[in-house]
Ligand binder design. Sequence first.
Ligand code: ADP
Ligand code: ZN
Ligand code: ZN
Length: 738
Amino acid sequence: MTQPTFIQVAVPSPLRQTFDYLAPPGCDVKQIKPGSRVQVPFGNRRMVGVIVGSSGTTDVPKDRIKPADKLLDELPLLDRDLVALYQWSADYYQYPLGQALQTSLPVQIRKGQPAAEHRPRMLRLTTAGKALEPAVLKRAPRQLQVMQLLRDRAPMTTAQLNAAFETPLSGCLKALAEKGFIEEFLADEEVPNVRESLYGEDAPLVLNKEQQFALAAVRKESGGFAAFLLEGITGSGKTEVYLQAIADSLESGKQVLVLVPEISLTPQTVRRFARRFNREIAVFHSALNDGERFNAWLRARNGKADIIIGTRSAIFTPLARPGLIIVDEEHDASYKQQDGFRYSGRDLAIYRARQLDIPVILGTATPSLESLHNALSGRYHYLQLTERAGNASHPDYRMLDLRGETITEGFAESLFSMMTSHLERGNQVLVFLNRRGFAPILLCRSCGWIATCERCDTSYTLHRLPHSLSCHHCESGRPVPAVCPECGGKELAAMGMGTEKTEQTLKDMYPHIPVYRIDRDSTRTRDGLQNVLDKVDSGAPCILVGTQMLSKGHHFPNVTLVAVLDADAGLFSADFRGQEHMGQLLTQVAGRAGRGDTGGEVVIQTYNSTHPTLQSLVNDGYGPFARKLLDERRLGNLPPFTYMAVIRAEASTRQVPELFLRDIRQAAGEPARGLSILGPMPASMEKRGGLFRMLMIVEAAKRSAVQHYLARAITRMENHPQGRKLRWSVDVDPLDFI
Ligand code: ADP
Ligand code: ZN
Ligand code: ZN
């Protein structure tokens, strides 16, 4: 074997390769370990790269090879496993390694700063604050709470304080500082981003039979890699099983990594973990500043944090002594990054658990077909919780056939009477409609003109507050015209329903009952959402109207009726995952009902009550429904029975991306046996944000065939004369063709 002479460095460059350098002056190549950062000359700039290997040979000519400037880490910053995880994912998702590192490492690491924690800024009471009479703040209860916390717990960071509240404190802290009651200072040492001492210890619950069985199965395999699909209906106690499995792992001195969907990473979620364990938790949430994120990363890496909770990118957290990985709501689409480095956090969790030889639990009420397939074929251990934990009972499903019904603004007459009777019994009602805004279409009654977005293939949605037209795909908007721009007609009609209109309808219909709307528009501020949730939690009769935001995380114990206004939208989607997603969404929404002692009712309005898929979902439940979809996927040669990737290209004219992809396809020649290439064809929304979007679908029974084709196509795209003029991307295991 030749002696290593060159180091291989991953540099943030769009090129899919590593770069060879000589060791920095004064360093011996043999002493340099992969995972250390190094500063290198790159073009006419200096860059921070990560050493991923060394070699005795290089393709770089002798007179061109340069020495690296300097080694930034004496000991590797990323351990061998983490380097291997990055390498594998860059390879699998066909993304440049240097950029993959770039997108997920903390800013300070990327900039080459030393891997040492920052002393954070902390808040403490001033002398005036210490002397303060509580009565002074009686009109500002949050400020008072903050003062009390600081008094009880001594100084805290903003992140720690925020972790103790449901909503951000920024305004409140500013007010207290301005009044001179609190002040900032630089801490003497680093601190965790959640202060566990805030919370008392919750005792573990006594598990029911199914939970015991699940926990025992996990325990049995705790010595090495094993993947579990924990399928449990909403409220069946999955989280309790996670918590007890986590306790085992912590007791044996190991760390636990918990991935949650974006929307679930709330203070409530973190608190549930913090209350159970008197251990340090590192949380990766979007409200962290760079310094806090860096500290959390370092505390996971050096083992100070025992539990690490975060969204998909947390899968790349360094772990000192990994013991268990949990992926909650594994079906959630937010686990797949939808641009740039298009990895799946869930799928990488499986890879990482195998690599680290530890168990991984995927939990959900509505498994993705991928995970279900793996469970049914024996690759994953399949654990099921079919009963609601505690006393809660199952909801009853019912289809409401709209044919022949009298319908007012989207509500069947009989739905109104059901709602009335639930409300009269003092209960709450949830109305689900997955379309925000007032109406999806504004139409001229005399000439048929429809207000459409110029930049996208879609109509503008009419919004009432503020009164405007807005495109839900490119966020562009414009004022509502007073008359038709085509014919001058005065009668412009809002067609179809959105949540704003439904809210109005319900307010007119039930003038004495509060109606709360929950969607992206009504909850722009976190306070907005929390205020509504607080009111709903109080338990008084009310109606909730909302989009899929209602299907995630929040539990509404007093909701006894869930009404799905339009189940048909998801039935005829062109996307091969359309029905799967519809089934997950409806089941998750339905799961919000009847959490308390009262069983709930779920009513689904449809014009397609005889549609076999919908029937299967409503009559048999998600499990049998999903198995039926799996059979269809098998017959249709679709994932998870085949492997798929999409090559996308977009530009400001239709021809450019089409010709580009055609060239790429042609240059590849006849596809190998077992490989099928579809396209170039328009994306399901061809024009979006002013760009024309084309795609090519690559599919094969063998993963390696897809990978092989992609690797060659990418080389051609990188070298194509248009390659730098248009935007192209590769999406392995795509979620959709939008
Ligand atoms: P999931 O994660 O499946 O939605 P949770 O773990 O949140 O379910 O449990 C739902 C509710 O049931 C929670 O209030 C939880 O405290 C309670 N619970 C869970 N397991 C048990 C148990 N074994 N005995 C009593 N209550 C339980
Ligand atoms: Zn007109
Ligand atoms: Zn648009």
